[in-house]
Design a protein around this ligand. Structure first.
Ligand SMILES: Nc1nc2c(ncn2[C@@H]2O[C@H](COP(=O)(O)OP(=O)(O)OP(=O)(O)O)[C@@H](O)[C@H]2O)c(=O)[nH]1
Ligand SMILES: [Mg+2]
Length: 448
């Protein structure tokens, strides 16, 4: 049997009320040893005085009891609402530990809920994400995942795979049955195409959304003195990086985080890139180039005097070229600069004057996730989950290719089974055989 665990369900701080949760088979027994009148073994609410082991009154507490399996963890669980001082809360936790409970590990309540099949893995992840959501889209997705809706749709995909597998399996095992007459490679292909589209869409949409959770890794690069640190400061609205007119001011990366409605930028201000003999500056420059390569978005600041041929070779699809210090140019100069860099379609800003509106618009446009926010599609944001779903997608694609190439249907089934196994991993299940067998008999009524 698992230990009885205890933990604060709220931050321990000075507030009106703190909630402590106690979960496990001894919850009632442990709590009852610190109150005068036993808490009845039933779902309900009670007010009680709580005493320490020396019979000194600690606090008047409001208790909410849940008898297994009707609780979040699926175990006997008691929520203790006490007065919200730091000392009182800690004291009550200590008392419960002295009575036989132990401090819960991180996430242990959710883990137990999962072990007792109260929530799925995706829901558990959703709970975590919800707590850590940084922007609206992330909040919406995690709320959906927590509610279990995502699971329902994954279950549907799973059901479709099982249907196709059963269809093929029945045709192989019972060729004499009439029901299997319509199991032609053509029919199977139609089913698999539908399946593949569904999974592929989910992978694509999830990948796009996952950046909303992780934050878009954004490198600010350019030659020294072009105003990279000034741009970082202006975006963050604080003097985070040192700005000076000395070239090579920034030697190491300075980071910052900025939140838009539906996504976050994780900004990395880098050392200016130029030829130098200074060892430390050289190291900084190497790092700048590496960061630009790994970034999801590059803000490449240009000096109007620069030669286009001297620019760093960056992936243009993820780069926004920017002419800073636009406060220095009149209209004629602007037109000239535009012509000079026309292939790069640069945006004009002035970090000094906090004039960044065109850049902000461009970024919002690039990462417009509005349709995702409005869409009803389910979305996975956990990288492991997306990776698994991608494997499901690949297996289905192989099955499709095999059937198109005229391979026998039992070969096709091997990859579909592999896809199913992966999907079960995603759902935290693993009893394929039985499910397929169940489905065959349910659907086809073989042998009655
Ligand atoms: N006029 C004008 N000056 C600016 C602007 N942005 C930055 N500067 C000035 O340009 C100089 C260099 O700015 P930084 O932000 O330190 O440049 P950097 O690219 O980070 O330079 P390194 O760290 O050396 O690579 C400073 O004197 C800034 O005040 C701007 O929009 N307009
Ligand atoms: Mg700098």
């Amino acid at each position: 049997m698992l230990d009885t665990i205890v933990a604060p369900a709220t931050n321990i701080s000075t507030q009106a009320i703190s909630i402590i949760r106690l979960s496990g088979q001894d919850s009632f027994k442990i709590l009852n040893s610190f109150i005068k009148k036993d808490l009845p073994y039933e779902n309900g609410t009670r007010l009680r005085n709580l005493y320490d082991s020396e019979d000194k009154l600690v606090d008047q507490v409001f208790l909410i009891s849940f008898v297994n399996p009707n609780s979040f963890t699926g175990e006997d669980l008691i929520e203790i609402n006490c007065h919200g001082g730091v000392l009182v809360t800690k004291k009550i936790i200590q008392i419960l530990i002295s009575g036989g409970a132990r401090m819960a590990e991180r996430g242990e309540f959710s883990r137990r809920a999962y072990l007792n099949q109260k929530i799925s893995l995706i829901q558990a992840q959703g709970i975590n994400d919800l707590i850590e959501s940084k922007n609206e889209l992330a909040l919406k997705i995690s709320a959906k995942n927590m509610s279990g809706r995502t699971n329902v749709q994954i279950e549907e995909i799973k059901k479709e795979i099982i249907d196709v597998i059963s269809m093929i399996q029945t045709a192989i095992d019972y060729p004499e049955y009439e029901e299997t007459d319509n199991v032609t490679p053509e029919n199977i292909k139609v089913e698999i195409v539908q399946l593949e589209n569904r999974v592929k869409n989910l992978v694509t949409i999830s990948k796009r959304a996952s950046i909303s959770k992780e934050g878009i890794k954004t490198a600010i690069i350019g030659i020294p003195n072009v105003g990279k640190s000034s741009l970082l400061n202006s975006l963050l609205n604080e003097d985070k990086a040192i700005v000076s007119d000395i070239k090579g001011t920034t030697r190491d990366v300075v980071e910052g985080e900025i939140t838009f409605d539906n996504f976050n930028l994780h900004l990395l201000d880098t050392a200016g890139i130029r030829k130098t003999e200074d060892k430390i500056e050289k190291l900084g420059i190497e790092k700048s180039i590496k960061i630009a390569t790994e970034a999801d978005l590059v803000l490449y600041l240009l000096n109007s005097e620069e030669n286009v041929e001297d620019l760093l070779d960056v992936d243009r699809t993820k780069t926004i070229f920017i002419i800073n210090k636009s406060d220095k140019f009149d209209e004629i100069e602007r037109t000239k600069i535009k012509a000079k860099f026309q292939d790069l379609n640069p945006i004009f800003i002035s970090a000094l004057n906090n004039d960044l509106s065109d850049l902000i618009l461009k970024i919002e446009d690039k990462f417009n996730l509005d349709e995702l926010v409005k869409s009803d599609s389910i979305i996975l944001t956990n990288t492991d989950e997306i990776a698994r779903l991608q494997i499901v997608n690949e297996k289905i694609a192989i099955a499709l290719k095999n059937i198109e190439n005229g391979f026998s249907i039992d070969l096709v089934n091997i990859d579909l089974r592999a896809a199913l196994e992966e999907l079960n991993e995603l759902l935290g299940l693993n009893e394929i055989e039985e499910e397929i067998i169940d489905n065959i008999f349910k659907k086809y009524c073989l042998g009655k």
